[in-house]
Ligand binder design. Structure first.
Ligand SMILES: *[C@@H]1O[C@H](CO)[C@@H](O)[C@H](O)[C@H]1NC(C)=O
Ligand SMILES: *[C@@H]1O[C@H](CO)[C@@H](O)[C@H](O)[C@H]1NC(C)=O
Length: 267
């Protein structure tokens, strides 16, 4: 077996040139040579076998190290031990609990009973899951502000912006916003994304009426209270007049009665 392994490895070194030709020939069958993974999650590197073959040896190589083979399916090097699994049925490699340092080139070498298959090369990019926050910088002008979309990453980030449900044609990490007087509760959202994830952050912006002039609201309130005062005084006025009128009438009647009685008793 060890002589077989040595020959496999030797063949691997030789096969790099042949593999380039092989890859070209098999390019329509080979999987996407770039695979994106997320830190902490798993990824599957396909072996790209187009047809069944009697496989006598398989190796997955990262950089210069063999990280898994048919005898060590759960990893060889310290970086990958117990984080990789060589799937015996299709020779694909599963990597779990991805780390940023797992990014790089992976080679798959397969030997069959009668030949060495072209080496497959896959580039793995491991990205951090993105998170986003909104930061607001007030402007010295009223109803304007600068919104900053901040993320936990520095590279491979793209941005989109929305005002309410509407997409804005802005693709930077910063947005200058300007509202008209009286606009309230306008929600601005930034959506930050990287090749493996997306995150959104929002902020609510309002533009109060300018404090210099009399606001419509205050004017309405003033008119309403003035109307109320006029109405109440009118009601009170009418009531008072009615009261005095009834009182006078009452007095007049009383006087008349007395006069009559006096007249009666006079006779
Ligand atoms: C507002 O700030 C800008 C720079 O951000 C400055 O050019 C401008 O003069 C300032 N305006 C006022 C009214 O202070
Ligand atoms: C991987 O990320 C790159 C950007 O770095 C992108 O162009 C490509 O489409 C992604 N591939 C997959 C399979 O998501």
């Amino acid at each position: 077996m060890s002589t077989h392994r040595r020959s496999l490895y030797f063949n691997y070194a030789l096969s790099v040139c042949i593999a380039l030709l092989g890859l070209l020939a098999a390019s329509s069958l080979s999987p996407d040579p770039v695979v994106n993974g997320t830190v902490g999650e798993s990824v599957l590197l396909p072996a790209g076998l187009s047809q069944p073959a009697r496989i006598t040896g398989v190796q997955w190589i990262f950089g210069k190290d063999v990280i898994a083979d048919e005898e060590n399916i759960n990893g060889i090097t310290a970086q990958f031990r117990n984080r990789v699994h060589l799937n015996r049925n299709d020779c694909s490699l599963t990597i779990t609990q991805l780390r940023a340092e797992d990014s790089g080139g992976y080679h798959r070498a397969i030997e069959t009973a009668d030949s060495q298959l072209p080496t497959l090369m896959i580039t793995l990019h491991v990205y951090e899951k993105i998170s986003a926050e909104m930061e607001r910088k007030p402007s010295n002008e009223t109803c304007r502000a600068t919104l900053l979309c901040t993320t936990n990453q520095t590279k491979h980030v793209s941005y989109r912006w929305k005002r309410g449900d509407q997409d804005l044609p802005e693709y930077a990490g910063m947005l200058e916003v300007s509202l008209s007087p009286g606009e309230r509760g306008v929600i601005f959202t930034c959506v930050a994304s990287n090749p493996v994830s997306e995150a959104a952050a929002s902020i609510r912006e309002s533009c109060e009426e300018s404090s210099g002039g009399v606001s419509v609201c205050a004017l309405k309130a003033a008119l309403l209270s003035l109307g109320l005062v006029l109405m109440i005084s009118a009601v009170i006025g009418v009531h008072v007049r009615e009261c005095t009128h009834t009182q006078k009438e009452h007095l007049r009647r009383h006087r008349e009665t007395c006069e009559t009685k006096e007249a009666e008793s006079g006779f």
